[in-house]
Design a protein around this ligand. Structure first.
Ligand SMILES: Nc1ncnc2c1ncn2[C@@H]1O[C@H](COP(=O)(O)OP(=O)(O)OP(=O)(O)O)[C@@H](O)[C@H]1O
Ligand SMILES: [Mg+2]
Length: 243
């Protein structure tokens, strides 16, 4: 089964096809890796699948709803959550409030001014402990390190309690102990039978974590399949992995 599919998808930026006639499906309950050279269209594909940007041609099917040339849509209504390659957080708010915003109706004002229900606080505590940020809960986000911000963005995604999670390079720039935390989170989602899509350049992580891999090259689908097959595919080695 597949809740997320794209058919003949094309996205053009300034005359250049960032995504070029791409047909893919994301299998439910799997961890799917998306790999490919810089500029091959990975982030653009995820932006389309998560409704962040519209597209020129083809269709996207999310949870049995077909979308063509869609305007950005409310992904949360479809049980989808994502993180961004360039982290997006509420900088002037505390670490804890960044999580409470999500847990309390995703509304900044209610998160700041509502007297928090005790179960929201304890849920936030569990989530923040899971990314080793509970001790930082009262710090403003702007005081966090780069890695801590990435972990907080992932924690926010977890707080969304979705069915499908898209992570755009969650490991990039993380120290080994932080990478371990992200690996555990992704495995935990898999155990809960969630669907995970992971853009990642580290091939060993892809090999270790993913059930399936999609390889993009210049906006097109170069290969798709199990990591052990895809990563030894001559075309993939030539286009991306090198000798
Ligand atoms: N908002 C935009 N405006 C114009 N061109 C864009 C925009 N976003 C992406 N592109 C172009 O589309 C192509 C695909 O970019 P994209 O960011 O999807 O690649 P990527 O595979 O995610 O690369 P990376 O591994 O570096 O993150 C690139 O040529 C890029 O310059
Ligand atoms: Mg990208």
């Amino acid at each position: 089964m597949s809740q997320v599919r794209a058919k003949d998808l094309t996205k053009i930026f300034n005359g250049i096809k960032a995504v070029d006639d791409l047909t893919i499906e994301i299998r439910d309950g799997n961890i799917t890796g998306i790999i490919g050279p810089n500029g091959s269209g990975k982030t653009t594909l995820v932006n389309i699948l998560t409704g962040v940007i519209p597209f020129e041609k083809g269709s996207v099917i999310v949870s049995e709803t077909k979308r063509e040339k869609v305007k950005p849509f409310n992904i949360h209504a479809y049980g989808i959550t994502r993180t961004f390659q360039a982290v997006r957080l509420f900088e002037q708010m505390s670490v804890l409030d960044n999580i409470l915003v999500v847990l309390t109706e995703r509304n900044v004002f209610s998160a700041l001014f509502e007297r928090h229900k005790i179960h929201h606080i304890s849920e936030a505590e569990a989530i923040l402990k899971g990314v080793n940020l509970w001790e930082k809960k009262d710090d403003n986000v702007e005081r966090l390190s780069y890695g801590q911000r990435k972990l907080l963005e992932i924690a926010r995604a977890i707080a969304m309690k979705s069915e499908i999670y898209f992570f755009d390079e969650p490991f990039a720039g993380l120290f080994p102990e932080m990478r371990k935390i992200v690996i555990d989170i992704i495995y935990d989602l898999k155990i809960q039978d969630k669907t995970v899509v992971l853009i990642e350049h580290d091939i060993e992580l892809i090999r270790g974590l993913c059930d399936r891999v999609i390889v993009m090259n210049a906006g097109t689908l170069l290969a798709e399949g199990k990591p052990e097959d895809v990563l030894k595919d001559k075309r993939v080695i030539a286009a991306y992995l090198g000798d």
